[in-house]
Design a protein around this ligand. Structure first.
Ligand SMILES: NC(=O)c1ccc[n+]([C@@H]2O[C@H](COP(=O)([O-])OP(=O)(O)OC[C@H]3O[C@@H](n4cnc5c(N)ncnc54)[C@H](OP(=O)(O)O)[C@@H]3O)[C@@H](O)[C@H]2O)c1
Length: 304
């Protein structure tokens, strides 16, 4: 994998740019002066992110409101990007939906939608981007998860989709050797609104599994991968270390993550079932941070 320089001539497409990690990555590329194409479903959020990116120094910004499962819309966006910018150097794939439920009680539409967006939509969009990326020997960065390697109860379709991303990246990397650098970033728990966006059919409130890491750390890892591609980068050491440990002690790590999810991730307080942003986006909740970092919350509370 070769080094790339990211600057005012670089064209970066961020899928899932309206919120969380994608939004933080858009900011980070903007600071390097890149030309940006920002895609997600929420048009109003994308307009906000475009303004933030211009203020941070992006040479040019275009928004593309689309659903990643709409292959025609993705193809149109890629064609428009080629016409306007002449090509694509970096493809960041951060779109995703999330959902909590014991698997046998999961509504079929939730299972299907998580796989459609996180895996099939992501693969199909990547397939459409490959010929354009190849022309500039570009970089594709797929956002997986520590759940690309680990597992937990209550989030089986999501875990399945993220394991799928790991397999997809491994195979694609071999096919595209010397043509497009394919990387995965595997975040641990990150402080984004993903838990506010998640569907929840457990009957109980949910919360992220600590420790919770700043989204800017993932954004920095993504920019680093775009400059110096490598196969994988885990962000969030405390949970990330479970990945190599599980290769040696799978039973111990699986038992731990199952108990951790049951005791910490699923709370006692009741929560009526809902579909979160599975089918419909929620622009007001689209922000970089989810407000889950305890020390940060306490510190802000002391100051206010
Ligand atoms: N936060 C974590 O703890 C964590 C940990 C590991 C991995 N990850 C991964 O990191 C990536 C980003 O997640 P996040 O934490 O930043 O979550 P997030 O804040 O909920 O952002 C998800 C993004 O995906 C977009 N999106 C959702 N459905 C879409 C669709 N059908 N078509 C197009 N865009 C769609 C959302 O925008 P719209 O709703 O406007 O479409 C949003 O921009 C995901 O791949 C996630 O699996 C997150």
């Amino acid at each position: 994998m070769r080094r790339h320089s990211i600057g005012r001539d670089s064209v970066v497409v961020v899928m899932g740019a309206s919120s969380g990690i994608g939004r933080a990555a858009a900011h980070a590329f903007a600071r390097r002066g890149a030309r940006l194409v920002l895609a997600a479903r929420s048009s109003s959020s994308l307009d906000d992110v475009a303004g933030e990116c211009r203020a941070r120094g992006a040479a040019r910004v275009t928004t593309a409101p689309l659903d990643i499962t709409d292959a025609d819309a993705v193809a149109d966006m890629i064609a428009a990007t080629e016409r306007a910018y002449g090509g694509i150097d970096v493809w960041v794939s951060a779109s995703s939906v999330y959902g909590f439920s014991r698997f046998e009680e999961s509504p079929a539409h939730m299972v299907r939608r998580i796989l459609d967006v996180n895996l099939i939509g992501t693969m199909e969009a990547a397939r459409l981007a490959i010929p354009v990326l190849r022309r500039r020997r570009g970089v594709m960065i797929l956002v997986g998860s520590v759940f690309s390697e680990l597992a937990a109860p209550y989030v089986v379709p999501y875990v399945t989709s993220k394991h799928g991303i790991a397999g997809f990246a491994k195979g694609l990397r071999l096919e595209l050797r010397g043509q497009v650098d394919v990387c995965t970033v595997m975040p641990a728990t990150i402080d984004t609104p993903i838990h506010q966006h998640a569907a929840n059919h457990t009957g109980r409130k949910i919360r992220p599994l600590p420790p919770v890491v700043a989204p800017e750390r993932v954004a920095r890892a993504i920019v680093r991968l775009s400059r110096r591609p490598r196969r994988n980068r885990v962000v969030g050491r405390a949970q990330g270390v479970m990945v190599p440990i599980r290769r040696v002690l799978p039973g111990v790590v699986d038992a731990f993550t199952a108990r951790y999810m049951e005791l910490v991730g699923i709370r006692r307080s009741p929560q009526p079932p809902h579909d979160g942003t599975l089918h419909v986006p929620d622009p007001p909740s689209n922000t970089v941070e989810g407000g889950w970092r305890v020390w940060r919350r306490l510190w802000r509370g002391r100051r206010s």
